[in-house]
Design a protein around this ligand. Structure first.
Ligand code: FAD
Ligand code: DLZ
Ligand code: SF4
Length: 524
């Protein structure tokens, strides 16, 4: 009797805990392409193609390495199209003595996994995901008794634990965080180097056809597909980043340039989240670039902070706060998502460009996500669950554990401040300072109110005003509330009327973009 090892689409690591200690001749690896995962929200076409292609390549590598792999393709006529259905079928085929699986990244999938035991006669062993530095239990221990969770303190623990950028007990350079040096706006003509290209091979081309055949009405383009789909390709992408973009990563980290979709960002999050790259290895290599004098400390510290700070912290918060986080709506935001999040049809140049890169690449960089797409949703009071569905659908790197805390906690303050100490709310002036969007916009960023004024300006004060009961005691918002209170009554009324007029004309999106309409759902 064998051991059955199911491996999910974001567990594509040869060092996966469930493979450790298993004998190749006594183990069946189960991999499953299932429609439920592609359609519980209707993922971007390029994201589905990336995951299926990476899964097929990983299965081929495992086989070449001597493992037996039972791979269920989407077109398999017997495919039940859910993880649970496929594990039950595989257990019937192989009669294993044990099912051994790594915990998933999604609370929804974990609930299903916890039920597997009731369907199968053999024991089901669920292992911690050792690809993270901080386990779920360790994070819960760190968080216990703290009134507020703050990334910065967690990050320092991770620095100490890994020894990354440490000189003995002290941080290299004497400071833990160089964020203040990483906030330059873009000079005219700022351009990032081209990304390495990964032309689709036979497997990817086949998968792209499959996605067009099955998911033609999902959001997003496939014609610019350029994601690394194997660990080897991901390694090429990582090496190019470390050599060509890391040195300037910090300086332009918050900059936005119309049509420049990647600038100096790593563009590695899909490969990292799928398991094709080891984030700690990346951090060690980034540190080596600093120690060799090829990259400045502020850039390297910033990059390492994203990975061992933000990424680990976000995951810890997800498991601590679920399932409540998915329902949180501290600011009682109930407006439907506007349709331009799907169509890109808006006169707001910043939002139009961010939706375009999202549709073309299944990617937008952090400041586009936080300070344009997220900021607009926050200011306009869009319902967090609709915003979270959108973010989960559209990005190649979006999995519930990382998308939801970033959206509900960081961008929308829907958790009431457990994750972030204040809402990331900003008017048009911030976007103007950090981008070249405003020059080509039909709205005028310097105008505060009226039909030609940048909508972010009046929406900002509308947000401040309507949330006063919940936010005005937040010390970090003392300045905006003092300014609002000091403002002339007629000026305040003008801001509120301008914002109301803008909000009135927003067209709500068809909910079917993110989730199938009830009547369309197939019986399986
Ligand atoms: P870089 O900017 O080059 O950063 C390097 C790496 O740091 C990233 O590859 C990523 O692994 C990690 N990282 C940086 N910031 C974060 C963060 N806040 N949380 C987790 N990891 C981080 N990231 C996702 O991986 N999946 C998501 O679904 C996702 N949704 C987001 C939604 C919103 C509203 C916001 C504000 C952020 C979101 N992020 C998400 C975080 C971040 O925007 C992306 O990780 C980043 O843009 C990926 O591009 P990159 O590889 O070029 O990252
Ligand atoms: C996102 C996704 C998609 C679209 N399809 C599959 C699939 O067919 N098979 C699979 O194993 N995984 C897929 N995934 C990733 C899963 O949704 C992910 O593993 C879970 O949400 C747990 O994080
Ligand atoms: Fe965006 Fe306002 Fe600038 Fe237009 S003027 S690009 S809406 S910030």
């Amino acid at each position: 009797m064998t051991v059955l090892v199911p491996i999910l689409g974001d567990q594509l690591s040869h060092a996966l805990a469930s493979l450790q200690g298993c004998a190749k001749n006594d183990t069946i690896v189960l991999m499953m392409e299932v429609a439920e995962e592609a359609t519980h929200v209707r993922h971007h076409k390029a994201k589905i193609a990336l995951i299926f292609s990476a899964m097929r390549h990983f299965a081929a590598e495992l086989r070449a390495d001597g493992w037996q792999v039972d791979y269920i393709g989407l077109d398999d006529p017997e495919n039940s199209n859910s993880f649970t259905g496929e594990v039950i079928r595989a257990a019937q085929r192989h009669a294993p003595r044990l099912i051994r699986v790594v915990e998933p990244g999604d609370w929804r999938v974990e609930q299903a996994m916890l039920d597997w035991q009731t369907f199968t006669p053999c024991p089901v062993e669920i292992l911690p995901d050792s690809r993270f530095l901080c386990s779920r239990d360790e994070f819960a221990g760190w968080a216990a008794g703290r009134k507020e969770l703050r990334m910065e303190f967690f990050y320092r623990e991770m620095r100490r634990r890994t020894g990354l950028l440490m000189d003995g007990k002290d941080p290299v350079g004497g400071k833990w965080n160089y964020d203040a040096e990483n906030r330059s706006g873009p000079p005219p003509g700022l351009k990032g180097p081209p990304l390495p290209s990964f032309a689709p091979d036979g497997i990817t081309a086949e998968v792209i056809d499959l996605v067009e055949a099955h998911f033609a009405d999902h959001f997003g383009a496939l014609d610019r597909f350029n994601w690394p789909v194997t660990a080897g390709e991901a390694e090429l992408a990582a090496s190019a980043f470390l050599a060509e973009r890391l040195p300037t990563f910090g300086q332009w980290q918050d900059a936005m340039v119309r049509g420049q979709d990647f600038l100096f960002h790593a563009v590695l999050s899909p490969a990292i989240n799928l398991g094709l790259l080891d984030p700690i290895d990346l951090c060690r290599r980034a540190e080596a670039e600093y120690r060799a004098g090829r990259a400045p400390l502020a850039a390297v510290e910033g990059f390492i902070r994203q990975l061992i700070g933000w990424r680990e912290y976000i995951r810890g918060v997800y498991w601590l706060e679920m399932p409540g986080l998915a329902e949180d709506n501290f600011l009682e935001a109930n407006r439907p998502l506007p349709d331009f999040y799907w169509t890109g049809q808006t006169d707001m140049a910043c939002l139009a460009d961010c939706v375009r890169t999202t549709r073309d690449n299944a990617y937008a960089h952090h400041i586009q996500r936080l300070m344009v797409l997220g900021n607009f949703a926050l200011l306009a009071g869009i319902k967090p669950q609709e915003v979270a569905d959108w973010f989960l659908v559209v990005y190649a790197d979006a999995f519930d554990w990382v998308e939801l805390p970033n959206v509900a906690g960081m961008a929308l303050f829907a958790d009431g401040g457990r994750l972030a100490s204040k809402p990331y709310a900003a008017s048009g002036a911030y976007i103007d300072r950090m981008s070249n969007y405003c020059g080509s916009c039909r709205y005028k960023v310097k105008l505060k109110t009226g039909p030609d004024a940048c909508p972010f300006n009046s929406l900002y004060w509308h947000f401040v005003d309507r949330n006063a009961a919940k936010l005005s005691r937040n010390m970090r918002l003392a300045n905006p509330y003092a300014t609002w209170r000091r403002m002339d009554e007629s000026k305040r009324a003008e801001y509120l009327a301008s914002a109301e007029a803008f909000l009135q004309q927003l067209q709500p999106a068809d909910a079917g973009w993110a989730r199938q309409h009830q009547e369309e759902r197939s019986p399986c």
